[in-house]
Design a protein around this ligand. Structure first.
Ligand SMILES: [Zn+2]
Length: 471
């Protein structure tokens, strides 16, 4: 793992954050009591009792490979312990199958059709360096976040929160616009694949949390490790495979088993450093008083249906994500919720927790009553989307999958959770009804405003290319 030195790498942004998360109380007179932790400040503040909020995304982490979602391997002991103290949403579904649109949904409460961040030939995000001619340039364009889109950190910042983000994935780099509203957005040195491992994200987060704040604090953390290529430290592969030799199945080829081992070991490694994060928060007195949400942006196909990776399909393995909510102690709810919910519901839930009015024209409704359709849109980049676009609508137990190539599908998720038995041909009426409902709903959504122009630098382009997103 790389050495970390959080204090000297966040530069100007860190100073800006410090200005808001002021150290003044600590700096004047050096009174020990005044240097109490952020948590103690939060508890004692007479002015504001808004909770510290920590939002964590685990990139590419499918729910069913975590112990708290029933996985038999010991990939996630720390997250399992966290889940036991939290509210676990058993059926949380992403709204997209790649990082950027999924995170925009998380930050806006909107489906892709409404926030508009997806591949598009007329998109402002130029994902190709124009050295291969105009055709290739047009081939790799995506819409960016609309100029008038207000995002989660902007709402929280306007409400008085000090806002900071520490991210690890290339799609999270500020050029894509997810940094809006953050006083500090730490995306520096994400220059190579797996450049910022979980250890570093946790180190930087704990350092940041140790800073005194006059305001309530919003911290967004993005962990990237389970994303391909799977390169966990060897000790985690050994720990995992030594612990459960009985897990190996005769039905799986040695090559596939090795791939699954490495993916699982990435989760185990990430979980180890999540455990350090939670432990550090406990020792700072912050864990109990903070609202902590852990979720994922999308899952990962590990050979199911002959598919690997995540963009370009909407099977459950690619969209079923963890969603675990630990509320501040005085509001604490512990247990499990079995109904459908989506990433778009996190945004109104967090605004509500911060006593901010939820804006109109979003689709997310929070967790108490999820009354929007459960919709997934896979509008991926042409270079990795040979099968065209895929949309899905989940209605109770039934999942209708629409394909731009005409390969529509219908599954009964209760009877057939792995989606092997396509009922489309035998249920034309049901399929037609769900097809109509899906497209009418998407057509009814507010459309995104004008885009902003965001030229993508060569280094970020090269990084995305090395991950297989671009040719
Ligand atoms: Zn992702």
């Amino acid at each position: 793992m790389s050495e970390t030195n959080p204090s000297n790498t966040v530069g100007v942004d860190r100073r800006s954050f410090l200005k808001r998360a002021s150290v003044a109380v600590c700096g004047v007179g050096g009174v020990a009591a005044a240097c109490a932790s952020l948590a103690a400040w939060s508890l004692s503040s007479a002015k504001r009792r808004l909770p510290t909020i920590v939002l964590i995304t685990l990139d590419t982490t499918r729910a069913d490979h975590l112990g708290c979602y029933g996985y038999p391997r010991p990939t996630s002991p720390h997250l399992d312990r966290f889940a036991a103290e939290s509210l676990v949403f058993e059926q949380a579904i992403s709204s997209a199958t790649w990082t950027l649109p999924a995170h925009v949904s998380l930050f806006t409460g909107k489906f892709t059709a409404s926030h508009g961040v997806c591949k598009a030939l007329d998109g402002e995000l130029d994902l190709e360096i124009p050295q291969y001619g105009p055709e290739a340039v047009n081939h790799y364009r995506s819409r960016s976040i609309a100029a008038d889109e207000r995002m989660l950190a902007e709402f929280l910042s306007d409400a008085g929160y000090a806002t900071a983000a520490i991210v690890a994935g290339p799609w999270m780099k500020r050029v894509f616009g997810l940094d809006r509203g953050f006083d500090m957005y730490d995306d520096e040195n994400i220059e190579t694949v797996n450049a910022r491992p979980a250890e570093e994200v946790t180190d930087r987060a704990l350092h940041l949390m140790s800073i005194q704040a006059e305001q309530p604090q919003f911290l967004f953390l993005n962990y990237f490790d389970p994303h391909f290529p799977y390169a966990p430290p060897s000790e985690f592969i050994q720990r995992l495979t030594n612990s459960d030799s009985s897990f190996v199945s005769d039905d799986i080829s040695p090559g596939l088993q090795q791939r699954i081992d490495r993916y699982d070991a990435e989760i185990m490694y990430l979980d180890h450093h999540l455990g350090r994060l939670f432990e550090g928060m406990r020792s700072q007195g912050l864990f109990d008083v903070a609202l902590i949400v852990v979720t994922g942006d999308h899952g990962e196909m590990l050979g199911e249906h002959g598919v690997f990776g995540h963009p370009g399909v909407v099977y459950q393995e690619a969209v079923h994500v963890p969603l675990i909510v630990k509320q501040p102690r005085r509001y604490r709810e512990v247990g499990r919720r079995s109904g459908w919910t989506q990433l778009i519901d996190v945004f109104p839930f967090l605004l509500d927790a911060a006593e901010i009015d939820v804006p109109e024209k979003i689709q997310g409704t929070g967790f108490a009553t999820v009354d929007h359709p459960i919709v997934i849109e896979s509008r991926t980049l042409p270079g990795i989307n040979e099968g065209g676009d895929w949309f899905a609508l989940i209605d109770g137990d039934m999942k209708f999958v629409w394909s731009s190539e005409g390969n529509h599908m219908l599954f009964d998720l209760r009877r057939d959770p792995r989606e092997h038995d396509n009922l489309f041909a035998n249920n034309p009426e049901k399929s037609r009804g769900l097809d109509d409902a899906l497209h009418k709903y998407l057509a009814s959504l507010p459309v995104p405003g004008p885009q902003t122009v965001a030229p993508v630098d060569r280094q970020t382009h090269a990084l995305l290319k090395s991950l297989g997103y671009l040719r």
